[in-house]
Write a protein that binds this ligand. Sequence first.
Ligand code: ADP
Length: 397
Amino acid sequence: MKILVVNAGSSSLKYQLFDMDTNAVLAKGLCERIGIDGRYKYTAAGKDEIKGDYTMKTHADAIKLLTMNLTDKDHGVISSMSEIDAVGHRVLTAGDIYSDSVYVTDEVKQVIKDCIPIGPLHNPANLMGIEACAEVIKGVPQVAVFDTGFHGTMPKKAFMYAIPYRYYEEYKVRKYGFHGTSHRYVSGKALEMLGNPDAKVITCHLGNGSSIAAVKGGKCVDTTMGLTPLEGLPMGTRSGNLDPAVLSFIAEHEGKSTTEIVNMLNKESGVLGISGVSSDFRDVETAADEGNERAQLALDMFVYSVKKFIGSYAAAMGGVDAIVFTAGIGENNCKMREDILDGLEFLGIDLDKEKNLKTRTQADVSKPESKTKVLVIPTNEELVIAMDTMEIVKNLK
Ligand code: ADP
């Protein structure tokens, strides 16, 4: 079975084609600047990357280009699009209507549309991706996999905000959480590595956007991101948690609207805002090494925040069997893993520092006697989407 995984953004569209017999990626690509001019990258497995310009007025044009690349006589990997059994879409959220992945129907599309207020940037783009596939790859079954889905098992005491209850009833204001496919994938792998399906695991997805989840026996019980991805840890450009009164304080001082301030909190804050250097942790680390104090402060704030959430989630679950690190920083920034865990020995963590500093692939980097394991697990959100899509499509037949 061949499954195409699509992640449509407002002006971009990423894709991977999977052969589900082997879980291998046959080809992948990125279409950018849709609606502006149009640029693309495409790589067939084992071959060199192809880059170019191609006018893409709409997402349907991007799907047409993807079709041309995948079926090209020189660098294509299939002879016709009819070889594709289904398309799996990364969709930001279906609110609290769907947690599990679903076969896309008109009703599902309506729910995605109804949830635009919760995902104003992503849900419209995700819908455009679905419509574009329906238009260009006619008749192919489509599945939606929700980024909030895995967090659907959080208890009410974890997902409610302590504001007047009517805001939940009228507008569904609550914590939803994001990066769900990543937390689901790495927590599942962690349970396999631990050989314990009931284990209590804290998964740290640390990338440009970062979030942490508390996962008990494979079910998410809490997570750091909220109604939007702004809540929780300080990130590349997002502030993470702060006193909500900061908004009105700045609004009054600078005569700004709440929309402008929330924009600032999403795009100009976090590690970028504190350091004034960059949103990329590598640049910030270089600056800190050269003596830039604000760059060092930004890194210290990030590490401190991750540490505090690990402690609070261990308390929430009544213990922890493993801490999992994933995504750009979690997988590659070995020293930062060490800094985060420094001082958490009281949780039973005994890190093998030497092994940790060399590890960028899947491995247990704690000492054999460590009561709480430390696992590095590269995430694979696309594979989760492909596997869910395959399961749903198989059951249709
Ligand atoms: P996104 O959330 O956009 O998917 P990533 O998961 O790719 O982001 O994470 C991006 C972050 O990961 C950047 O801050 C970058 O510094 C860090 N990162 C990525 N690769 C490496 C690496 N090889 N070494 C150290 N840090 C890395």
